[in-house]
Design a protein around this ligand. Structure first.
Ligand code: 13P
Ligand code: SF4
Length: 316
């Protein structure tokens, strides 16, 4: 059924209409684990930020519809400049990327001459272009280890991931003062209370969490690492300290296990990323139908940002 005022198919038909357009236009839908379960189920490929970048680099589709946040769409465009990259909502930012303006990051780098600049991919294309190498939470340890011991490192923009890596690898780094608003808001006291209610549950956490939260975790890792851990662990219950979208795949893999989304502070009990959740099936349909919003970046910026991205992909 079609909504005649807007020419948008009714809710039930939207997915079918999207799939028809996808076939007609030789498009592919890539979705991050933090998307709504319905969107994850529609996707041709679901993954963490590294796997999605790798997929974007190797797809032979003409159009990439990227259901995640804008910095991920930009990464896809940089590794696949010949493709059209569409995103459902250009307002899908990221607190890490937004709080690391390129001019300030450039001044920060200038204050620390001789340092190798390692940036978490959760940053703008401009910040990527200022970096020597990029990393995701999946490959960060490998990337840091690849840098000679005597070379000082600047790590940005996530101070929590940076200090987690510095401590784990015994490698002090100069950290940019940024954080993820979702992981920053998890409430330690409420997590401890939840643990008391479910004493058999294992706490698993993303390294974007502050150190005090990570101290409670049995396993720390990227979204894909957390997912793999829940598949392998003998535990039947988990307190999941990351964006709750990942629980969709955890439940699909092990419906008999129980997953508790970690509580955030009183101001927000949702543990959902407000940017990731801007994406809807209707917006996915519209962006593919109208081929907008499209990620476009200046050619020279893409060339500069590709260097540290390619270095990361080679090492991954
Ligand atoms: P990963 O999927 O790489 O673990 O990243 C998490 C994240 O915050 C993406 O925004
Ligand atoms: Fe950015 Fe955090 Fe949202 Fe990921 S979860 S997109 S790091 S604000």
């Amino acid at each position: 059924m079609t909504n005649t005022t807007t020419n948008i198919p009714g809710e039930r038909d939207l997915i079918a209409a999207f799939n028809t357009l996808k076939k007609e236009k030789n498009a592919v839908l890539l979705a991050h684990y933090y998307q709504d379960g319905e969107i994850q189920d529609m996707a041709d490929f679901i993954g963490d930020s590294l796997a999605l970048a790798q997929q974007a680099a190797k797809t032979d589709a003409d159009i990439i519809v990227f259901s995640g946040v804008v910095f991920m769409g930009e990464t896809a465009k940089i590794v696949s400049p010949g493709k059209k990259v569409l995103v459902p909502d250009m307002n899908a930012g990221c607190s890490l990327a937004d709080n690391c303006p390129a001019d300030e990051f450039s001044a920060f780098i200038a204050q620390h001459p001789g340092h190798t600049v390692v940036s978490y991919v959760n940053c703008s294309a401009e910040v990527k272009a200022l970096s020597d190498i990029l990393c995701t939470s999946t490959n960060a340890e490998k990337i840091i280890r690849s840098i000679p011991e005597d070379t000082p490192i600047i790590f940005g923009p996530d101070k929590h991931l940076g200090s987690y890596l510095a401590k784990k690898l015994g490698r002090p780094m100069v950290l940019w003062n940024g954080s993820c608003m979702v992981h920053e808001l998890f409430d330690e006291k409420r997590i401890v209370k939840l643990q008391a209610l479910h004493p058999e549950a294992e706490v698993i956490a993303h390294p974007e969490c502050p150190e005090a939260i990570l101290a409670h975790a049995t396993h720390i890792g990227s979204t894909s690492s957390l997912l793999e851990y829940t598949k392998k662990s003998a535990a039947q219950e988990f307190i999941v300290v990351t964006e709750s979208g990942i629980i969709h795949q955890m439940k699909k893999a092990h419906p008999e296990k129980t997953f508790y989304p970690a509580p955030s502070d009183e101001t927000c009990g949702c543990s959902q990323c407000p940017y990731m959740r801007l994406n809807t099936i209707e917006k996915l349909y519209l962006c593919l139908r109208d081929e907008t919003p499209e990620i476009t970046l200046p050619e020279d910026l893409m060339v500069k940002a590709l260097k540290p991205l390619a270095r990361m992909l080679e090492l991954s």
